[in-house]
Design a protein. Structure first.
Length: 566
RNA sequence: GCGCCUGUAGCUCAGUCGGACAGAGCAACGGCCUUCUAAGCCGUGGGCCAGGGGUUCGAAUCCCUUCAGGCGCGCCA
């Protein structure tokens, strides 16, 4: 049942009855609001906007309307300029829960996408570098958005745009040829490669000729030299091995791994096209697109030596993806330090005449730092994702040992919870907030945390496991404030999913899981479920089942797999 | 210097495209397990919503301004 439509019709009728004002359609009325607390009803109609039209004070309008309402299945009250609608408790419970149960895992999955394609560019790790917490936000947010978009009916292409090209590989290979040790690299590939890279930098400060050597090696990669490519692919493979292990732990998969190397030879077309369209200017030897009309610095396209720049290749990538996938939207999940850069290259694509430029979105998010300062490998301020995951999983494992020593599959459960606790870090707050990472905060599992929500889910599962089937619910048994709070949240879930997708904000889902868990835990504390009179028990079991299903769905959208026991 | 972002309780943050007394969690203190998972629940204290102007019936929310912090600003990505 569509409560909103029902109430809008009711209001529309009351307005014309009381004031003789006709609204052509119910949707011409001010929108219904969801009141902040349950005692203010399930829906509220604000009368403030009518005040101007009717030239009466809002509270008076509310009073008059309240008296004019007829045939509403529930209660209506006027309160400080609002008309509050209290839907019949039993009906609200019955209708909402029936909706959740009928839809099952699809509850909240309104088909907004209609099969349209969305490319999501996120995570984008660098070859020969470690996967660290600086990559956590793009990885977790991108993954959540990918799942959210799929959930609402889009076809998604998740893309790991690998950082696998550039002169830094020349440096790494040069360093390897000078000081490398195959056994060390085989034992601990990425750390060893990073150490070589750092050593190269240090030595190059003393001996600039090393940089020439690095450039020469990169040139050999570019020109297909056999030895250079062999080493390059070796380094790439060992790094990807490391990285894939982390992705496997996180439960994250990509449809495409086409990165910088893949697009390294595909940017010529961009330069030609920019030139043909008269957009390219030469300034101090470099080629660029002037953006002063749009109050932005120019977008550099070619270096003085004719080499491409990041924007050149990103534009080429966007054009290639448009041809390949014919996307409706592309989302770039990248930190806000690149805000200006994305505006520039989106604008260049627009100036090239591609109207779809407006469908490229930069999903920006805050920076991660440590309490000691900005992340810096060389400064010793670094937290590697694999270490964080291991510590998180170990801590969960220890808690399980203490609280649930008889649990089966302890390791599998610990992994699910430990991983979720890590994913939670960038998904908990609004994307734009900076994160000052601390192990204490990350590994605190009390309160508004992934383990808390998962615990609530397991609690629901535990109750449900004790009884196979039931029927004959007495929904009037769910009239207490605690049950009603749960039901209100269940009712709100589909609109929260919609909002979260629209705002590209997974944290709205995260917050919802906390709200629902809190509401259910209060309900659980106040009410006995099993062993009550059968119709009461059935109603509370249905509420429990709906809560479990929606928690599972919502956590799933965040990329978290909730165990049934913990 | 210019531009973008952020500023809400001791700490981390919510606050629904202006609306009903500003809400959680953490930390502190005090309660609640012989019954469905205490990784839980309840209670107490804690706020000139950075400061100042303005718009509005109504502002944490919009505009102006000041301050504080972060990020960015042509050959890195």
């Amino acid at each position: 049942m569509d409560f909103k439509a029902m109430i809008s019709d009711t209001i529309s009728a009351a307005v014309s009855a009381a004031f003789g004002v006709e609204f052509p359609a119910a949707d011409a009325l001010p929108a219904l609001e969801l009141p902040p607390t349950a005692d203010m009803g399930d829906f509220a109609f604000p009368c403030f906007k009518l005040a101007k039209l009717l030239r009466k004070a809002p509270p008076a309008i509310a009073e008059t309307l309240c008296a004019a309402v007829t045939g509403f299945a529930g209660e209506v009250k006027a309160a400080s300029g609002y008309l509050n609608f209290y839907i019949d408790r039993e009906m609200f419970a019955r209708e909402t829960l029936a909706g959740v149960v009928a839809a099952g895992a699809d509850y909240g999955a309104e088909d907004i996408g209609n099969g349209r394609v969305v490319c999501l560019d996120y995570s984008s790790v660098n070859i020969a570098k470690s996967f660290h917490i600086g990559h956590l936000s793009t990885t977790a947010i991108g993954n959540a958005l990918n799942r959210m978009y799929k959930f609402v009916g889009y076809k998604t292409i998740s893309i790991n745009h690998l950082g696998d090209w550039g002169t830094q590989f020349g440096k790494t290979i040069a360093a390897y040829k000078l000081w490398g040790d195959d056994d060390k690299i085989k034992a601990n590939p990425v750390n060893e490669l990073m150490a070589l890279y750092v050593k190269f930098h240090d030595e190059a400060e003393k001996d600039p000729s090393l940089d020439d050597l690095a450039r020469a090696w990169f040139k050999r990669i570019e020109s297909g030299d056999e030895e250079a490519l062999r080493i390059y692919h070796w380094f790439k493979d060992v790094t990807l091995g490391d990285v894939r292990r982390v992705y496997d732990t996180l439960g994250i998969h990509f449809d495409s791994w086409n990165g910088e190397a893949f697009f390294a030879d595909k940017w010529g077309r961009v330069v030609d096209e920019l030139r043909e369209k008269g957009l390219l200017q030469v300034d101090q030897g470099a080629s660029l697109v002037d953006l002063s009309d749009y109050k932005m610095p120019p977008c550099l396209i070619l270096k003085t030596d004719g080499a491409s720049l990041y924007a050149t290749r990103d534009i080429a990538t966007a054009l290639w993806r448009k041809d390949e996938y014919n996307f409706d939207q592309t989302l770039y999940v990248v930190a806000y330090e690149q805000d200006l850069y994305f505006k520039q290259f989106f604008k260049v694509i627009e100036l090239m005449g591609y109207e779809w430029a407006k469908n490229l979105h930069h999903v920006s998010f805050g920076m991660v730092s440590l309490e000691e300062g900005a992340l810096s490998t060389r400064g010793g301020r670094m937290v590697y994702l694999e270490d964080l995951l291991n510590r998180s999983i170990e801590k969960v494992r220890a808690i399980i040992e203490e609280k649930s020593p008889n649990l089966a599959d302890k390791d599998a459960v610990a992994q699910k919870i430990g991983v979720a606790a890590v994913l939670w870090i960038p998904l908990y707050n609004n994307r734009i907030k900076d994160i000052v990472f601390s192990f204490d905060r990350a590994l605190n599992f009390d309160g508004e945390t992934a383990p808390y929500v998962m615990y609530t889910h397991a609690r629901c599962c535990s109750v449900l496991a004790k009884i196979a089937s039931w029927s004959g619910e007495d929904y009037a048994a769910l009239s207490d404030p605690q049950a009603q709070d749960v039901i209100r949240l269940l009712y709100a879930f589909p609109s929260i999913v919609k909002d979260a997708v629209e705002k590209l904000e997974p944290s709205m889902i995260t917050r919802f899981t906390v709200d629902l868990a809190q509401a259910y835990n209060r309900f659980y504390f106040e009410n006995r479920i099993l062993g009550e009179a059968k119709p009461v028990e059935a109603a509370r079991l249905t509420l429990t089942r709906a809560t479990r299903d929606v928690l599972k769905t919502a956590l799933g959208l965040l990329g978290m797999d909730a165990p049934e026991k913990m």
